[in-house]
Design a protein around this ligand. Structure first.
Ligand code: AMP
Ligand code: ZN
Length: 471
């Protein structure tokens, strides 16, 4: 049984999907006007760990993450750089995909873009208008918050307090300062679409209501995002979706703690950020993911480089065991039987993750496992392949498959391709030596490579190589 902390009910609950063994999950994705920072990266990685754990448990997960590609910040940047907005969004969408791939975040099933869902957005606003929940003031359409029963149920805020606390806004068109824009009238120099209310563009909140409904249905299982989105973004999404569809919107709301710097939220506007791509130049995805997994997704994480260095160091134990496994499995099987309680570790890993995705506990289980596996290796001298395959399978399913803190397949591939690249490099140096009539050097390279088991074959215009068995 998986339990999750539901922001809506403010307690841990048993997770019961709408359709058995299926999870429909929506996560608020990036606004694509810049490279994402490592704080955003934390939200992407923890949602990835949650998604991977459902898959580990055999659930069929449909994971949708939106891309906000029309927004004030995008328009501002396009104006500054004197280019069309889609130049900006395409650049940063490409960068987003590159960076999440480097962070080993599994791709979502769908990345809907706001600009490709304008029809759905307009339909939903029309429904809200028909139901009397939205009003049009001169081409700007607003949601009438006070008419939605239950506004504030996610964030725990109530409309009276919000209204008395609200600043008197410049926007006198709204009936109440709580009301928010569903459709914004086009301004000079901004991208716009035609609509029943005139030319304009959608507000931010309606995008997520319309796109989640299109791709996951009127009611779905999980909606996730950073804590900063609880109010007003997610509160407004509930008002829009439930107001329009007359059905519960989402059963479980999951929110991720901030990644902070000196106890302050990392954000573009504060300027206290590191981009994920810069961090990835120095630290491996595995180290970054280990650091994130060591804190519960719901709590804050005070980021510092020394924590990343510690995580990188912590990975050495895992890496040493991986190298040992890969090496031993290449050698002949000793057929030695070793008794080792794998089930104990699978059970411990699962009970940690079943408990509201307690990844810090799950990481502790992986490290206990490493310690005991190393002990078994020392005590049994040369355990057989059955043992090593069992160790490999455990780490592949948990540390690699769920947490993404080790990489069995890719590292071996990288090793092989690096080797090939080095051979090519030596061949090129030899060709250069021959061109310079330095035949002593050319022969030396050929002979040394032969000694290492790499035979060169010269043809008219190129040199190829073959790996040969060494006697
Ligand atoms: P944005 O591009 O700012 O809309 O954010 C994309 C995702 O990152 C959203 O789910 C945000 O809630 C999340 N996010 C933004 N800043 C942080 C932070 N400092 N720590 C963790 N998550 C964040
Ligand atoms: Zn959203």
């Amino acid at each position: 049984m998986i339990t999750v902390y539901n922001t809506l009910t403010k307690r841990k609950e048993e997770f019961k999907p709408l359709v058995p063994m299926n999870v429909k999950m929506y996560m608020c994705g990036p606004t694509v006007y810049d490279y994402f920072h490592i704080g955003n990266g934390r939200s992407f990685v923890v949602s990835d760990i949650i998604r991977r754990y459902f898959e580990y448990k055999g659930f069929n997960v449909k994971f949708v993450m939106n891309l906000t590609d029309v927004d004030d910040k995008i328009i501002k940047k396009a104006n500054e750089e004197k280019v069309e907005t889609n130049k900006i969004t395409q650049k940063y969408i490409d960068a987003f995909f590159e960076d999440i791939a480097k962070l080993k975040v599994k791709k979502a099933d769908i990345y809907p873009k706001a600009t490709e869902h304008i029809d759905e957005i307009i339909m939903m606003i029309k429904t809200l208008e028909e139901k009397g929940l939205a009003y049009n003031v001169n081409g700007n359409v607003f949601y009438n918050v006070k008419l939605f029963n239950g506004y504030g149920k996610l964030s725990g805020k109530n409309t009276e307090d919000l209204e008395s606390g609200a600043r008197i806004e410049i926007n006198e068109a709204k009936k109440s300062p709580l009301d928010f824009a569903l459709w914004k009238k086009a301004k000079e120099g901004e991208p716009y679409w035609e609509s029943p209310w005139g030319n304009g563009r959608p507000g931010w909140h309606i995008e997520c209501s319309a796109m989640s409904c299109k791709h996951l249905g009127e009611t779905f299982d999980i909606h996730a995002g950073g804590n900063d989105l609880i109010f007003p973004h997610h509160e407004n999404e509930i008002a829009q979706s439930e107001g329009a569809n007359g059905k519960p919107f989402v059963n479980y709301w999951l929110h991720f703690g901030f990644l902070n710097i000196n106890d302050e939220k990392m954000s573009k506007s504060l300027g206290n950020f590191f981009t994920a791509r810069d961090i990835l130049k120095v630290y491996s995805a595995e180290a970054i993911r280990l650091l994130f997994a060591q804190t519960h997704y719901g709590g804050p994480l005070n980021f510092s480089e020394s924590l990343l260095q510690a995580a990188q160091k912590g990975l050495e134990k895992l890496e040493n065991l991986r190298l040992k496994i890969v090496g031993e499995l290449k050698e002949e099987d000793t057929n030695k039987e070793v008794t080792f309680d794998f089930d104990k570790f699978y059970n411990a890993f699962e009970s940690a993750m079943d408990d509201d995705f307690n990844s810090p506990q799950a990481v502790a289980v992986v490290f206990d496992f490493i310690r005991e596996a190393n002990k078994a290796i020392t005590e049994n001298e040369k355990p057989g392949h059955k043992f090593y395959n069992g160790v490999k399978e455990f780490l592949t399913r948990t540390a690699e498959g769920v947490l993404g803190i080790i990489n069995f397949s890719a590292i071996e591939e990288t090793g092989a391709s690096l080797e090939n690249e080095l051979i090519e490099l030596l061949i090129n140096l030899r060709t250069e030596a021959k061109l310079n009539k330095n035949y002593t050097m050319a022969d030396k390279i050929r002979n040394e490579l032969t000694n290492l088991g790499v035979a060169l074959q010269d043809s008219k215009d190129k040199t190829t190589y073959k790996k040969i068995a060494l006697t």
